[in-house]
Design a protein around this ligand. Structure first.
Ligand SMILES: C[S@@+](CC[C@H](N)C(=O)[O-])C[C@H]1O[C@@H](n2cnc3c(N)ncnc32)[C@H](O)[C@@H]1O
Length: 282
């Protein structure tokens, strides 16, 4: 019994699964820069042709969005990338079980896209519910930070597009600021993706958060004229993008629950203070 327990440890299960679904995983994405469309086509299909486009789902999570997109667009190669090993395993399992031959799951970070893709190699980058990293000191980890936007500019083909979906109005508004600084043109933006009829399948987080009452903010942007220099905003903490009346916030964006609670408590204390002072003065 002991032996079985030791073998069925979390790591064993993870490694075992990584092996089982290895067909859908590319462990060395750096080796493919500039060759994704041809190389993956030759691996999966007869002949010497190439995929018509390569699109990246950055922070793909468990892969339901990238799988559904791939099913709808069989001539396009989709790369689903995430830093989390468990996500890689789940996404690879989904791809293997769906029998899709136009998706590759890649363990890797959005901090290094310029090493994994050649200039102009990608036609689209999807950012579905990226981790918001609300604090100032984490701002550089956001996938819509100006440095990331500068990287995407390099790997996107002319006319290439990034699409953001998020439940977080502060992250959306910060992203609009960053897009402006990084010289992107906003193609469209909506406060309610569903009402606006934004195309495409939903992701795991989209389903989960809309069930909790979230509206989905979405936008698309394309690199415009490259700015001579980019100066980062000093409004880096997402708290700066919350509405000034914290009590008017209905749905609290994911990752900002404790911030909003603190602000509401502070506001309550302030108002109680006024109240006390008023009564005291009587
Ligand atoms: C909130 S989840 C969203 C997952 C999926 N896109 C969805 O909408 O259901 C954010 C994902 O981004 C991944 N992530 C965070 N930082 C990343 C980075 N630098 N590069 C790639 N993925 C990252 C996390 O591991 C996580 O799976």
């Amino acid at each position: 019994m002991h032996g079985i327990h030791a073998r069925v440890s979390k790591n064993f299960v993870l490694e075992d699964r990584l092996e089982r679904y290895a067909d859908a995983i590319e462990p060395d994405p750096y080796a493919w820069a500039g060759r994704w469309a041809e190389a993956c086509h030759q691996l999966t299909r007869e002949g010497l042709a190439r995929f018509s486009e390569v699109r990246l789902d950055l922070g793909c999570g468990k892969g339901s969005f990238v799988a559904a997109m791939a099913k709808e667009n069989p001539d396009v190669l989709f790369v689903g990338m995430d830093t989390e090993p468990l996500c890689i395993v789940y996404a690879a399992q989904l791809i293997c079980e769906s029998g899709l031959d136009n998706v590759v799951i890649v363990p890797g970070s959005g901090m290094r896209v310029t090493e994994m893709f050649a200039p102009g190699e990608l036609s689209r980058i999807y950012l579905n519910f990226p981790t918001p990293f609300p604090r100032t000191r984490e701002a550089r980890r956001r996938l819509t930070d100006i440095d990331r936007l500068a990287d995407y500019r390099r790997v996107l083909a002319p006319g290439g597009v990034i699409r953001l979906k998020t439940d977080s109005q502060p992250l959306r508004d910060y992203t609009l600021v960053e897009l402006g600084i990084a010289g992107y043109d906003l193609l469209w933006s909506t406060d309610d993706a569903r009402e606006a009829g934004v195309e495409g399948p939903s992701s795991e987080y989209e389903d989960r958060l809309t069930a909790k009452g979230a509206s989905v903010f979405a936008l698309e942007a394309t690199p415009g004229e490259k700015p001579a220099r980019m100066e980062q905003t000093d409004r880096l903490g997402l708290v700066a993008y919350l509405p000034s009346d914290v009590n008017a916030i209905g749905y609290v964006p994911r990752g900002m629950e404790s911030t909003v609670e603190n602000l509401r408590n502070r506001d309550l204390k302030r108002r109680m203070g006024h109240h006390h002072r008023r009564n005291f003065g009587k």
